[in-house]
Design a protein. Sequence first.
Length: 92
Amino acid sequence: MAKDSDKDLLARLADAGEEALRRLGEAPGMDRAMTYAKTTRKQLDELTKRVQGISDLEARIVKLEKQVAALSKDPPSSKRSPARKAPPTPGP
């Protein structure tokens, strides 16, 4: 007997949910809300692609910073001697 009343309760809840969804779909302004939701999704997808591009750029920057750091460290054997000045030319 309890199972019959549970089925009735669940059927009533399902009917109420369907009715609520139907009313929501017919509500004024719902078409604008749906359009906004679809547009927001497209913008979010585009933003996600841009963020992924930024991650790639950050990885490149880290690599380049390491290269610059390695190049800025001169080993002692590769230091150049200062440029020599030409001796002054005798004047007339």
